[in-house]
Ligand binder design. Sequence first.
Ligand code: ATP
Ligand code: MG
Length: 580
Amino acid sequence: MRASQLHLPTLREPPKDAEVVSHQYLVRAGYIRRVAAGIYSFLPLGVRSLEKIKTIIRQEMNRAGAQEVFMPAIVPAELWQESGRWAQYGPELLRLKDRKGAEFCVGPTHEEVVVDLIRKDVKSYKQLPVNVYQIQTKFRDEVRPRAGLMRGREFIMKDAYSFDASQEGAHASYRGMFEAYTRIFTRLGLDFRAVEADTGNIGGSMSHEFQVLAESGEDAIVSCGACSYAANVEKAHLPMPDFTATPDGLGAAQLVETPGAKTIESVCKVLGCQPADMIKAVLYDADGEPAVVFVRGDREANEVKVKAALGVKALFLADAAWFVQKTGLPPGYLGPLGIGNVKYVLDGEIRAMATAVCGANEKQSHLTSVSPARDLANATYGDVRMAIAGDPCPRCSGSLRSFRGIEVGHVFYLGQKYSKAMQATFLDEAGAAQVFEMGCYGIGVTRILSAAIEQNHDARGIQWPVSIAPYEVIVLGLQTEGPGVALAQQLHDELQEADIEVVLDDRDERPGVKFNDADLIGYPVQVTVGKKADAGIVEVKLRATGVRFEAPVQGLSARIAAAILAARKGGPLHLLQDPA
Ligand code: ATP
Ligand code: MG
């Protein structure tokens, strides 16, 4: 391919709305163009990278025994009413009406459609298991579409759904998908972790997220330094410590006046203690009722865990005036001793505190010398705080490290949540009707482009893993006449002959422009045919590592082709300076 013939409009400046690097580079390097908030067109380079991702996904899904189908983007409301989600889903669901007034939505996910598909055609246990997937455009009217393809409103997802006759079967399907995802993200050349996750909106009982590690990621994850445990902090369990014995000679809890000191910092100042010596109260509106969560003063409550511990569905931070009106308790001075019949839970870590300072449930005062082992022995404890680096691993004696990640895939064990609601059954060996056991498995195809860039870039542009790069090699022809012209063409032709995806930059541009574009677009291998072309010498540069060296043209195409073929599997690009 000649660069002069490529529709490849690169830009000097990032678009104004682009805050994150991947968004800036995708637009500047000519991969995507914005049409409306969270809605994009893909230019030729964008389509090429996207198709490569889809191909790898298809190959691994097929290899795992899943079969490709294609369901409609526009879904009739009746199916969503059957599952109950028409009423539950809220404004993220884009609803529309046809000319007769019949209601539809643009599918944000396809559990309803696929359950309907399978229940109509799969009648017997003999037809099970079955796993179908599609690669399709989804629409979610996200509150805050952001970061280009990272959180779009229209985006491409690979969604798969498994149907099994038994729970064991469904677990095997889940494992199969977990393994397929591991192969997919490995082949894509991404540094990722599979982490235990909360099941959120979709429901179900077991789930893992596949997270691409990147500092700009929205998700906080922790993983053990000693064993394979890894989880989203939303989900990460923390072990329940034993009580620490009351220190010898500790007097009874004491009421002290702390006028005006309502925050952890101000109490610490007044009493000369540290946040880690305190018990902090976080006030909630839990399903419309007041509730209090206590964590150590230097910790944060984790709302996903709080919901589970309190057994509630809707959880919001409470408005202070509302809380006072409901409980009569003074915000800023709340503590677990004498809190009355307000719903509460103490984080387990508080059991490990020898002594603590907490609110006294009286205006302007706190309690000191509180011993949880003595004073809070019969209180209700739970695992309700956010895990952080250094916390103990729930599986072994190791400790947790923390990372930021971008969720690119998600596997759920659904059980019978949708099949039951939609009465999807098959006949078992005894001829009795049974409800399908289901799993669902998503991959954010377009989000992978953003995630790959967030993980692989420098100040000059994108450093694609070979398996996602739109083209693998660029030959930069710097000479407009003389032997360099033919040499650049020859290298291009040889590489193309070897099935390498190569572009020849034959544009009438200054070398600086060509170098800048090549780095911005992110071709993994750059071959510059410059001044030494007469002597048959060119310069090779590897984009990801910055390694550059001069090499004789003789035999170079074959060496590059061999290195590219090896790197297509997802590993790093090895091209030795000295082939011997
Ligand atoms: P998130 O927590 O990021 O909103 P989700 O839990 O809503 O994700 P799923 O419903 O599991 O996501 O969708 C499957 C996959 O689709 C996700 O793992 C993610 O990679 C991708 N995805 C979800 N929402 C978007 C979006 N708005 N734009 C791009 N990709 C998305
Ligand atoms: Mg979402």
